[in-house]
Design a binder for this molecule. Structure first.
Ligand SMILES: NC(=O)c1ccc[n+]([C@@H]2O[C@H](COP(=O)([O-])OP(=O)(O)OC[C@H]3O[C@@H](n4cnc5c(N)ncnc54)[C@H](OP(=O)(O)O)[C@@H]3O)[C@@H](O)[C@H]2O)c1
Length: 369
């Protein structure tokens, strides 16, 4: 069978989840890992966390030389952090990216824009960039670099953004003027955990997103409540401080810094717990997540209105492996798009369900319609 050759960029939780998903999809082949830290990755790759030993360890490359490895894969799946790695960390630049013309090229792109646009120069890419407020900026920059190099970039993929975005868009199209609700958890948010790990004094962190049950009940009952961000979820954070930093003053400083982090925590009730690395290791053994997109509306108008409710629900034992599985299906779509010369950036909402599938149209028509 002809395989789609995949490079994993960044071998963290999602990187390992992508590795597991490649093992689960016979039409996919892992051909290289590209990382900022080949030594750590080699150890991880060969250690108990690795799911297999293909490709050979010599195919673990340093990110600085991405241009050298561009022929190692049909698609690079970018698994680095959204907050600081994929796109430059700046929250208020919408206007300056309205018309984006790529002026910088090569390594300078890594410094100026981050790993996403840097890799779009050399590979077809799939990423799970999830800083929702920055998605329009990121999309424009990725589009500019992908178009310039005849590449295809599937951006903001995963389950949210990703599958949940598609569900929100479709439910809105089916039930215009409806009320839309998204609930996450209880589960581990990798983006939020990653954001906490970037802070000074923090050695390790995990963040659970917890839905408020009363709010979920009201929505399912069709009460169409008005819910602010704070009314839907709260955030439960567990933090290990670096050696020598654990004292009441630093605990307070870290707690306030987390609670004041824009785009991540400012809009929620956020509890910060300080724990030992041993407790953290126990917690990190499983990274479950779950969520629902609910849309409540009507199929007619005024006195003829009839209630309609759509719910899409996911439950994952492993958030990174779930995300990895979705990213691998996106890599298949990315490969097909690039083969048919559809260059530039796309989101999961721009693809058709058949683009993700390994099955022929004939099989889809017979067995899935
Ligand atoms: N859209 C979605 O639905 C969705 C779902 C889940 C996650 N995500 C996104 O995925 C991103 C990555 O999440 P993650 O949980 O994989 O983060 P992570 O484990 O912290 O990995 C982030 C990067 O850190 C490096 N890394 C790996 N192991 C490390 C270690 N032991 N110490 C220090 N650095 C290490 C890796 O890059 P190098 O190999 O280059 O060092 C890795 O790519 C999140 O920021 C989030 O935005 C999106």
């Amino acid at each position: 069978m002809e395989t789609i050759k995949i490079a994993i960029v960044g071998y963290g939780n999602v990187g390992k989840g992508v590795h597991a998903a490649i093992n689960n999809n016979p039409d996919m082949e892992l051909t290289s890992i590209i990382t900022r830290n080949p030594e750590r990755t080699k150890k991880d790759f060969l250690g108990e966390q690795a799911f297999g030993i293909n490709p050979p360890v010599k195919c673990i490359y340093h990110m600085d030389d991405a241009d050298k490895w561009k022929n190692t894969a049909d698609v690079a799946i970018l698994c680095s952090g959204s907050k600081n790695d994929l796109f430059e960390p700046d929250s208020e630049k919408h206007d300056s990216y309205q018309i984006m013309v790529p002026i910088e090229i090569g390594k300078k792109v890594l410094e100026k824009f981050g790993q996403g646009p840097y890799f779009a120069q050399y590979f077809n890419t799939v990423d799970s960039f999830d800083t929702h407020a920055r998605i329009p900026d990121y999309f424009r920059v990725m589009n500019a670099y992908a178009v310039r190099s005849d590449h295809t970039a599937i951006t903001d993929a995963g389950w949210d953004p990703g599958i949940f975005s598609i569900e929100r868009i479709m439910a809105d199209a089916f039930l215009p003027e409806s009320k839309k609700y998204t609930f996450w958890g209880k589960g581990v948010s990798q983006g939020h955990s990653d954001a906490i790990r970037q802070l000074n004094y923090v050695q390790d962190a995990i963040q659970y997103t917890v839905p408020l049950e009363d709010a979920v009940k009201q929505v399912r009952n069709g009460e169409n409540p008005h819910l602010s961000t704070k009314d839907k979820h709260w955030r439960d954070c567990y933090v290990v401080l670096k050696k020598g930093s654990d004292c009441p003053e630093i605990r307070k400083e870290v707690e306030l810094e987390i609670q004041g982090m824009p785009n991540y925590f400012t809009d929620y009730k956020t509890k910060v717990n300080f724990v030992s690395q041993e407790e953290m290791n126990e917690r990190k053994k499983s990274m479950p997540h779950a969520g629902s997109v609910m849309t409540s509306g009507t199929t007619n108008y005024g006195k003829d209105a009839k209630k309609a409710f759509i719910e899409y629900n996911c439950k994952w034992d492993s958030n990174p492996e779930a995300t990895g599985s979705i990213l691998v299906a996106c890599a298949r779509a990315c490969y097909k798009f690039n083969k048919s010369k559809k260059f530039g950036a796309y989101t999961m909402a721009d693809l058709s369900p058949a683009d993700y599938s390994a099955h022929s149209q004939d099989k889809l028509l017979k067995e899935f319609m």
